[in-house]
Each structure stands twice: as structure tokens, then as C-alpha cells.
Design a protein around this ligand. Structure first.
Ligand code: ADP
Length: 172
């Protein structure tokens, strides 16, 4: 069995997972928000490895080592920029979660932490993002029930945390 949980905090400080997910941009060369925090905490080795990846399409995911972070791996995924919902944003956000879980599973990663992808600078509405996030990951876990021990959402502010928490409550 696996555990799904939400906590309020800084994803760079999480110590109980093998991989953390980065809400990156298409360049994979760092940015603001959680991306900047992860690069600062991981150190310059992360940027050096990211340069070899030649970017990432929206909804796709790529993996690197964790460098100075306490996790072994960082999975970089690129969320959609919210544009009123007319540009397949919902599908692309679901792809971020599915492809991150698939990449983790394919690398033998059994514990993973996600931030709230796309709901910062990319302006995706938090309520809708949380529904998509929890639903997509829960479906993946049901389809692959022996592959994970822990999925953790690490939310930076109280409102986001309460929205994700209430979505998690709905699946139990
Ligand atoms: P995006 O460009 O995908 O919207 P952002 O980094 O701007 O990504 O925001 C995504 C979410 O991550 C927001 O809820 C933001 O508050 C949150 N966030 C920012 N820094 C951290 C951090 N260190 N740990 C966890 N979440 C963070």
C-alpha cells in the first residue's frame, strides 16, 4: 500500500522522499518560484546537468540527480501557462503528473514529492489544478499499486495546502 499526504512547507527541505518534482520551464535552465529554490538548494551541478537535456516540452518530464538536495533525484516537468483553459491546459497539467509518475516508476523511485505545478507564475486556478493533480496521481497509483510507498504534496501557502488537502480527503 501507499500513502498520499499533503504538507505545508518548502519542497527543498523535504527529507523523506527519493525524488522531488520541479515545476520547471521549457528551457530547464532555472527560473523563479519553486524552480529557483530547487536550483539554489541543489547547487551548480544541477544546472550543469540540465544544460545537457536540451529543454523539455510542456507536459513532459525529465530526470536528473539531486546534487546537494537530500533526495536522490529531481524530476523536472513543465506545466502549462493558464490562458483561460482554451489551450488544452487541463490535459497538459494531467500529462505533467502522469509523466512524472511514469518516469519515477521507470527509475525505481518509490517515494516522490510534488509542488503545486502551474499555480504560481503560470496562473492555473488552484482548485482545478488540485483536482487534476490528485485525480491523475491517484489513478496512476491504482493502476500500479505495488510501485510506490509515498506521494507527498508540499504546498507553500495555507490556502493551497487546504485546497489540496480537501481533494485528498475526497479519495479516501
Ligand atoms: P509555475 O511557474 O509552474 O506556476 P511557481 O514556482 O511559480 O511555478 O509556483 C508553483 C507553486 O509552487 C506555487 O504554489 C508557489 O507558491 C509554490 N512554491 C514556490 N516556492 C516553493 C518551494 N520552495 N516549495 C514548494 N512550493 C513552492
Amino acid at each position: 500500500m501507499y500513502l498520499i499526504k499533503t504538507i505545508k512547507g518548502d519542497i527543498t527541505k523535504v527529507t523523506d522522499v527519493q525524488a522531488i518534482v520541479n515545476a520547471a520551464n521549457n528551457s530547464l535552465l532555472g527560473g523563479g518560484g519553486v524552480d529557483g529554490a530547487i536550483h539554489r538548494a541543489a547547487g551548480p551541478g544541477l544546472l550543469a546537468e540540465c544544460r545537457t537535456l536540451h529543454g523539455c516540452e510542456t507536459g513532459e518530464a525529465k530526470i536528473t540527480k539531486g546534487y546537494n538536495l537530500s533526495c536522490d533525484y529531481v524530476i523536472h516537468t513543465v506545466g502549462p501557462i493558464w490562458n483561460g483553459g482554451r489551450n488544452r491546459e487541463e490535459e497538459l497539467l494531467a500529462n505533467c503528473y502522469f509523466n512524472s509518475m511514469k518516469l519515477a516508476m521507470d527509475n525505481g523511485i518509490r517515494s516522490i514529492a510534488f509542488p503545486s505545478i502551474s499555480t504560481g507564475v503560470y496562473s492555473f486556478p488552484v482548485e482545478l489544478a488540485a483536482k487534476i493533480a490528485i485525480h491523475t496521481v491517484n489513478r496512476f497509483l491504482q493502476d500500479n499499486p505495488d510501485c510506490f510507498d509515498l506521494v507527498e504534496w508540499v504546498l507553500f501557502d495555507t490556502h493551497t495546502e487546504s485546497v489540496y488537502e480537501s481533494e485528498v480527503d475526497k479519495i479516501y
